[in-house]
Design a protein around this ligand. Structure first.
Ligand SMILES: [Zn+2]
Ligand SMILES: [Zn+2]
Length: 329
């Protein structure tokens, strides 16, 4: 049974010490995190298209030209004010901007959508819609709907991920940290309006459904003093690690300190004058079966959640493998 110890953890990053395992297992966990961990991401975007006359008295959006006096319109559809002069009575807004819709949709897909695995399901296994044909699927427990209406300005206004409004619990709005992700920039007369739908998916289908980045693992190592006298060559340089960091047997096991020591050993390593005297007074040795596993999430879920979901999907694939083998053998 693999043992896990959390070395350090923050909102988005985690480092774990894995014991009594091997490279193949740790790598399987790594791949499962990247490609088999369920996550919500925007899959469909419906853009509003058209030109509008916005009434400057009440802010009501009238269809293009129909309410204008020049075209025989009876005025603003909401307050009835005559729309005579552009810039005085009304302003014209068109749903176009510097970026094509496809590009905006692609950018939206990369925004980390807060993922709640208890509340949302895959469309295909959603309790309400799993029996429907794929085109008809989509309900409150498998789709997350975001809306956005943004107007440009003379100086240019940046539309960001935070301009999207989630139709539902406030806890699932785009998180504070990611609200500044720029989507596009709009100038005077340009507007953007869309409805975006996020669904659950996995990274093997598309990178937008991969909740992690920088998933790495290294063997856990310890430092050993082989020769106390020659080791002083390093300690004399007064870097971070001192002789006191080692225990009585001349071993250093602290993970962070070993990491620091590895970089400091370059001062007495290849290409330095000190190497001649230092030789290999301190060596780094790997501990068999122990690995330091670390990764970062994209902000859609906590690192521990991602790890649990990855482990669950890994054990599920092995479970089905067992069934397959039982059927064949
Ligand atoms: Zn009006
Ligand atoms: Zn559903």
């Amino acid at each position: 049974m693999v043992k896990m110890e959390i070395i350090n953890e923050s909102e988005e990053k985690i480092s774990i010490l894995l014991k009594e395992t091997d490279r193949a297992f740790v790598n399987a966990l790594r791949r499962s995190l990247m490609s088999d961990t369920p996550k919500m991401a925007i899959e469909t975007v419906r853009f509003q298209m058209g030109t509008f006359d916005v009434c400057l008295s009440c802010g009501h959006r009238n269809g293009a030209a129909i309410a204008r006096e020049a075209s025989g319109g009876s005025g603003c559809g909401n307050c009835g004010k005559k729309l005579d002069k552009e810039g005085v009575d009304y302003t014209v807004w068109e749903t176009n901007g510097p970026l094509p819709d496809e590009m905006i949709a692609q950018r939206l897909a990369m925004v980390p959508i807060p993922t709640n695995h208890e509340e949302y399901h895959f469309e295909a296994s959603c309790p309400t819609c799993k029996d429907l044909v794929p085109e008809d699927r989509g309900c409150m427990t498998c789709n997350m709907i975001y809306t956005c209406t943004a107007y440009g300005s003379k100086e240019g206004s940046t539309v960001t991920a935070g301009d999207m409004v989630f139709l539902g619990a406030q806890s699932l709005e785009i998180t504070e940290h990611y609200r500044t992700i720029p989507i596009t920039k709009l100038y005077k007369g340009q507007m953007l309006e869309f409805i975006a739908i996020a669904v659950m998916g996995v990274g093997s289908e598309h990178a937008k459904w991969s909740p992690v980045c920088g998933v790495t693992f290294v063997p856990r190592s310890v430092a050993i003093i082989n020769n106390k006298v020659r080791a002083r060559v390093l300690f004399r340089l007064k870097l971070g690690i001192t002789a006191r960091d080692f225990d009585k047997k001349g071993r250093l096991e602290d993970i962070d300190k070993v990491k620091t020591l590895i970089t400091e050993l370059h001062h007495v390593g290849d290409g330095t004058e000190e190497k001649v005297e230092f030789k290999d007074a301190i060596t780094i040795e790997e501990i068999p079966g122990e690995f330091i596993f670390s990764f970062e999430t994209d902000g859609s879920m906590a690192p521990q959640t991602a790890l649990k979901k990855a482990a669950a999907s890994l054990s599920m694939s092995f479970g089905s493998l067992e069934e397959d083998l039982a059927a064949v053998l």
